[in-house]
Write a protein that binds this ligand. Structure first.
Ligand SMILES: C[S@@+](CC[C@H](N)C(=O)[O-])C[C@H]1O[C@@H](n2cnc3c(N)ncnc32)[C@H](O)[C@@H]1O
Length: 219
């Protein structure tokens, strides 16, 4: 018997899950090489695709216990899926192509090597509003992760956090592309960020916990 044969009433309403507030951009959007009239159309298309792929995905060990409908409702594919994400390779292909462009533009160095290890004191950055937005055990401030990303990676690099919790690695990767709007004092504390190449990093975040994944998805 599959999970879909068992009637499982939803524990939460859409509003409680934050599904009514899903990220929506007005106007045309491009996603994985496809154009859509708006984000709603993009979500609809990929939700249908996810539904078709669920029978195959359910064969993966550790697939979450839940009905197809609930997994689809929780997901905002291809960016966030409440189950193994079948579009990871597509994203990686796109990002690898982007790396070549960034190298041509001189925004990343193909020969980049890290010559020194980096260690940092985290005590000064736990007052941040993003850090305090949700309680989570062993939560890591995104500004600390930014320091590591800026030291160890180049713009366009892909970072995997398979134990992502509340998704602070994703926030940090995004914020590396938006340094102008960051609070410099806490990022520059003991690293000369100006020497580093600024620019977006891409993060793949996963977590076993539906609670963590829901926080990470909902900005
Ligand atoms: C230390 S917490 C990470 C917190 C995260 N750094 C943050 O800032 O929110 C470790 C995470 O690993 C997750 N985890 C534990 N075992 C896992 C597994 N086998 N696969 C995926 N995630 C797992 C837990 O649910 C927990 O959210």
């Amino acid at each position: 018997m599959s999970n879909n044969d068992i009637y499982q009433p939803s524990l939460f309403s859409d509003a409680e899950l934050g599904l009514n507030d899903q990220y929506t951009q007005e106007g045309p959007v491009c996603c994985l090489g496809m154009e859509f009239d708006n984000d709603e159309a993009r979500r609809e298309y990929f939700r249908n695709e996810l539904r078709k792929r669920l029978p195959e995905l359910r064969k993966i060990e550790g697939f979450p216990i839940g009905t197809d409908d609930d997994i689809i409702r929780l997901s905002d594919p291809p960016y966030y899926t409440a189950c193994p994400n079948p579009w990871l390779n597509d994203f990686i292909r796109e990002w690898e192509d982007e790396k070549v462009e960034l190298e041509h533009e001189g925004k990343r160095d193909k020969q980049f090597r890290v010559s020194e290890p980096y260690a940092s004191d985290v005590s000064d950055i736990k007052n941040d509003s993003v850090y305090r937005a949700h309680m989570y055990h062993t939560k890591v401030p995104h500004k600390l992760i930014m320091r590591y990303l800026l030291h160890y990676t180049e713009p366009g690099d892909i970072v995997l956090d398979g134990f992502a919790g509340t998704g602070m690695t994703g926030v940090a990767a995004q914020a590396c592309g938006d340094l102008e709007n960051q609070d410099w004092e806490t990022i520059e504390a003991d690293i000369d960020v100006k020497k580093q190449k600024r620019g977006l990093r891409h993060a793949i975040c996963g977590d076993l916990s539906p609670y963590a994944a829901t926080i990470a998805y909902n900005p």
